[in-house]
Design a binder for this molecule. Structure first.
Ligand code: NOJ
Length: 603
């Protein structure tokens, strides 16, 4: 990796320091500081601002601990379960694991409601288990990224218990309050509240507290310096253990407009514009960076990127010294309509964001996580005929775009939406409370249930499918959420044996990405943007050029490549079908959901 290469350069420089003439030292140091393994001026491989970094080259595997592997039969995944599967993680070829929250929590929102930031959730294990897990990952050269939930805590956190005990308690000011003598609070929208009301009355202090998420997730008051320092110390506690990165949950919301002005009618439809990027967000990020982040060689990624490209840049541009990268929601939002999406919209979104970050800043690339449906059910076709091909095609897209690849566990198997018929099967507070809300408003509950089959977060949170035994080998007990019945065919054991499986393809393409810097850093050029079926683009870096052709359709498609693309002696790097696809007169015949990556000779 580039980081270790730079470290090597530094060692050589240090060793010869004394014998070198001062001007040589200076120029070497300059080139080191500029971060150019190959000087930019000689071959314009990297642009000035997008310098190589380990976290840009990493494939990050998102692991949902609650559903990954249960070691003690209580039906809930745990750290010892993950430890028992470390060799599986290694076999994937990934560089880093991002764990969803593992801290003490009453689990109102599956760990995103933390009651003690410095201890491990009981159901998940102990601190010793955590230390062993970290060691086991590092031994296998896999880095660990933890999920920091800093916009809110649990209402069962000691801070909140103190805060609600009296207005004069020193912790009262760790949260946002509206005293009842000021009358009804200015309306604020809550994502998970049954009535979408973000203020909850607390009789003990005769005040309302703010909760953007559930009632059990009171928002922390970042205006309070004492709270901020406590948070920074807690972050150091985990970083000093040697973790390698932080995912900052909902961080764009931490700075509130504390004048509590009234927002216009319907503001909740454009919530990020009103809740995101508050007045002091950058002040807090800069403070956090100088106090904590800058002291460690870690990666940081913000969940959310504001509502404009400029917002996103303001979070991640290297010269701002705030965070490394962010993930925006535009692509995720495109697939949110159960009636489907238009491929040109997806292409335009990828293209817009890529172009905006071509010279400065860095993005996360992903098509799924624990908050959205399964990738193959949303953007592909999860019917038996097309699940394998379309899931491999989507994997190809994630692994061939510029940006750090984030990949959600189970997608490497082609896991798909479970589509529960009964509300009792759902576990997610977002779905359950939205159901109650729809019920109270006398809305069409069948329509609601149909939509959840497509959209609910629980679709993606079902147990990981290890094998064809009871409960897909996830647990010997009763799983906390039902297993997808397709586990008999879609599982690790079966797919490890099958060279044509999604899993085998995933390993191959991860290895390809890791071996080819053009797929990480190369510039991206899209062709035929309005084509409704085929997504075609090239990636170029120095003398290297790669062509990606993706047929987003259930039909065979003949595709004519742009005449500027020279396919002379093109070599197939990866293909999600067996055999080769010849290119005659720049024409290709693509099978349904076929994905091909070619190495081209750069003209
Ligand atoms: C974003 C997380 O990804 C989601 O799962 C959670 O419910 C909210 N933030 C609140 O923490």
């Amino acid at each position: 990796m580039q980081g270790s290469h730079l470290f090597g350069v530094w060692r050589v420089v240090s060793k010869n320091m004394r014998s070198l003439k001062p001007f040589i030292i200076l120029s070497l140091l300059f080139s080191f500081i500029a971060g150019h393994a190959q000087p930019v001026s000689k071959n314009k491989v990297y642009n000035k601002t997008n310098k190589p970094a380990w976290w840009k080259e990493a494939v990050v595997y998102q692991l949902y601990p609650r559903s990954f592997k249960d070691s003690d039969g209580d039906g809930v995944g745990d750290l010892r379960g993950i430890i028992s599967k470390l060799d599986y993680l290694k076999s994937l070829g990934i560089d880093a694991v991002w764990l969803n929250p593992i801290f003490a929590s009453p689990n109102d929102d599956n760990g995103y409601d933390i009651s003690d930031y410095r201890s491990i959730m009981k159901e998940f294990g102990t601190m010793q288990d955590f230390d062993e897990l970290l060691k086991g990952l590092h031994k296998r050269n896999i880095k660990l990224v933890l999920d920091m939930v800093l916009n809110h805590s649990s209402d069962e956190h000691e801070w909140f218990k103190q805060a609600k005990s009296s207005r004069s308690n020193p912790y009262h000011n760790y949260y946002h309050w509206w005293p009842e003598e000021k009358g009804k609070p200015t309306p604020r929208y809550s994502f998970f509240d049954v009535n979408n009301d973000a203020w909850k009355y607390e009789a003990g202090t005769k005040s309302y507290y703010l909760h953007y998420f559930s009632q059990k997730q009171p928002d922390l008051n970042w205006e309070n310096e004492k709270l901020r320092n406590e948070v920074y110390n807690m972050m150091k506690f985990w970083l000093d253990k040697g973790i390698d990165g932080l995912r900052m949950d909902a961080f764009q919301y931490v700075s509130k407009d504390t004048t509590w002005k009234k927002y216009p009618e319907g503001y909740e439809k454009n919530i990020i514009k009103y809740y995101g990027m508050g007045p002091n967000l950058h002040k807090y990020l800069k403070e956090m960076n100088s106090t904590v982040l800058s002291k460690y060689n870690i990666m940081t990624v913000a969940e959310g990127a504001g509502s404009t490209l400029a917002d996103a840049h303001s979070l991640v541009d290297a010269n701002r010294q705030e965070l490394n990268m962010a993930y925006h929601f535009e692509i995720m939002d495109i697939g949110n309509d159960p009636r489907g999406y238009k491929l040109p919209d997806l292409k335009k979104a990828f293209t817009k964001w890529d172009h905006s970050f071509a010279d400065k800043g860095w993005l996360a690339i992903f098509l799924a996580n624990h908050d959205v449906p399964r990738m193959v059910s949303k953007y592909g076709n999860d019917s038996e005929s097309f699940r394998t091909a379309s899931s491999k095609l989507l994997t190809t897209l994630v692994m061939t775009m510029r940006g750090t690849s984030y990949y959600f566990n189970g997608d490497e198997l082609g896991m798909s939406n479970i589509r529960f018929n009964n509300i009792e099967d759902y576990r997610d507070i977002a779905t359950i409370n939205a159901y109650k809300n729809a019920q109270a408003k006398n809305e069409d509950l069948q329509a609601f249930m149909d939509k959840q089959k497509f959209i609910s977060r629980d679709n993606t949170r079902t147990p990981f499918q290890w094998d064809a035994t009871l409960n897909a080998g996830f647990t010997t007990g009763i799983p906390w959420i039902k297993v997808n019945p397709n586990y008999k065919e879609v599982n690790v054991a079966a797919e490890e044996k099958n060279p044509a499986s999604e899993l085998s393809y995933f390993k191959k393409i991860v290895a390809l990405r890791k071996a080819s810097r053009v797929l990480v850093y190369g510039s991206y050029k899209v062709f035929d943007l309005e084509n409704p079926k085929v997504y075609c683009y090239t990636r170029s870096l120095g003398k290297e050029k790669v062509l990606v052709v993706l047929n987003f359709s259930d039909k065979e498609t003949t595709y004519l490549l742009d005449k500027s693309i020279s396919t002379l002696s093109a070599k197939t790097l990866i293909n999600n079908y067996s055999g080769t696809v010849g290119i005659a007169n720049n024409k290709l015949n693509l099978k349904p959901w076929q994905a091909i990556v070619y190495k081209l000779n750069k003209a």
